[in-house]
Every structure is written in structure tokens, then in C-alpha cells.
Design a protein around this ligand. Structure first.
Ligand code: FES
Ligand code: FES
Length: 174
């Protein structure tokens, strides 16, 4: 099977029924998507398949043959956060960070199809994404900030004190 992940093409001879989550993490070393419930209930494993948010724990490899997969790593990296990653950092939308990559990927998909979502739209898009730490308010604040066009200096390569720690939490590097 053929798969493009964050712009890199892969030929895979894996079990077609293997969940994409495990292919990404264990075979391709793409560890941004987190293995939470592995039953489709928590959202930590969310990735984009041809631009649409999907739960990779419930997506067999065979269903994404030939697809373009984007994970949190494909949205930004440690030296160039995307706006959502920077907003989560600035608005304290991440604490332990385990839910964060899935939250950001889902928010990215929302903003692609609806650049001006209401708070209710954001809540609906994140339904089923579970966070044990933040109480959700700061996550919603961060996404709203991006939606209203707030700018973040970290996105232009100007790394600020403490950003390395935040990057680790947002799942960009593992
Ligand atoms: S690990 Fe996929 S939804 Fe929880
Ligand atoms: S920041 Fe810890 S689970 Fe969300």
C-alpha cells in the first residue's frame, strides 16, 4: 500500500487491517498522534486524511491506501509553529499535552472548512476530544484567537523563552 505522510511517500507491506495509528507510531516513527483509548472515544489519535479529521485508531491501513495523511508534525515544527500551536502555547491550552495534538488537528480541519467559527462551532468540532487537564476553556480560547486572526510571533521563527517545553507538550516532536 502507498501512503503519503506529511509530504513523504511510503510503500508499506503491513497488515491492511492494522490501525493507521500503529502504522504511524510504530512503523513510521510519527508519534504526534497519541494512543489513548484506541476505541474512537478520546480523540488523541486524530489525524487528517485528505484534509478530513479522522481517528487513526479506528482507521485500518487499507482504507487510506493512496491517501495523503497529515499529522501534527505536518502542521508545524519546533522552529516554526503554526498559528494553532502557538495559540495553544500562549493561551495555556496544553498542560500534560496528551490530548493536544488531536485537538489541534481537529481545530485545523475546522478552520479549513469554516474560517470564522462561533464558540459553539468549535465546541461541536471538538466533541469527543477528551482533556483531563485544562477544563477546555483555554483550548477554546486558543482556537478562537486563531479564528479572529490574532498573530503569534512564534510562527515566524522567533522562538520565545519556554517555547521548547510547549512544543514537546503539543506533540510536535514526540
Ligand atoms: S485513541 Fe483514537 S479515539 Fe482514543
Ligand atoms: S492537556 Fe492533559 S489531557 Fe489535555
Amino acid at each position: 500500500m502507498k501512503l503519503t505522510v506529511n509530504g513523504r511517500a511510503h510503500d508499506l507491506a503491513s497488515d491492511p487491517l492494522r490501525p493507521l495509528l500503529h502504522v504511524l507510531r510504530d512503523e513510521l516513527d510519527v508519534t504526534g498522534p497519541k494512543a489513548g483509548c484506541q476505541q474512537g472515544s478520546c480523540g488523541t489519535c486524530t489525524i487528517l486524511v485528505d484534509g478530513e479529521a479522522r481517528r487513526s485508531c479506528l482507521t485500518p491501513l487499507a482504507l487510506v491506501d493512496g491517501a495523503e495523511v497529515t499529522t501534527i508534525e505536518g502542521l508545524g515544527d519546533a522552529t516554526r509553529l503554526n498559528a494553532l500551536q502557538a495559540a495553544f502555547h500562549q493561551y495555556y491550552g496544553a498542560q500534560c499535552g496528551f490530548c493536544t495534538s488531536g485537538m489541534i488537528v481537529a481545530a485545523h480541519a475546522l478552520l479549513e472548512r469554516n474560517p470564522a467559527p462561533t464558540r459553539h462551532d468549535i465546541q461541536t468540532a471538538l466533541a469527543g476530544h477528551i482533556c483531563r487537564c485544562t477544563g477546555y476553556v483555554k483550548i477554546l480560547d486558543a482556537i478562537e484567537a486563531v479564528a479572529r486572526g490574532e498573530t503569534f510571533t512564534e510562527t515566524n521563527g522567533d522562538r520565545q523563552p519556554g517555547v521548547e517545553e510547549s512544543v514537546a507538550k503539543t506533540g510536535v516532536s514526540g
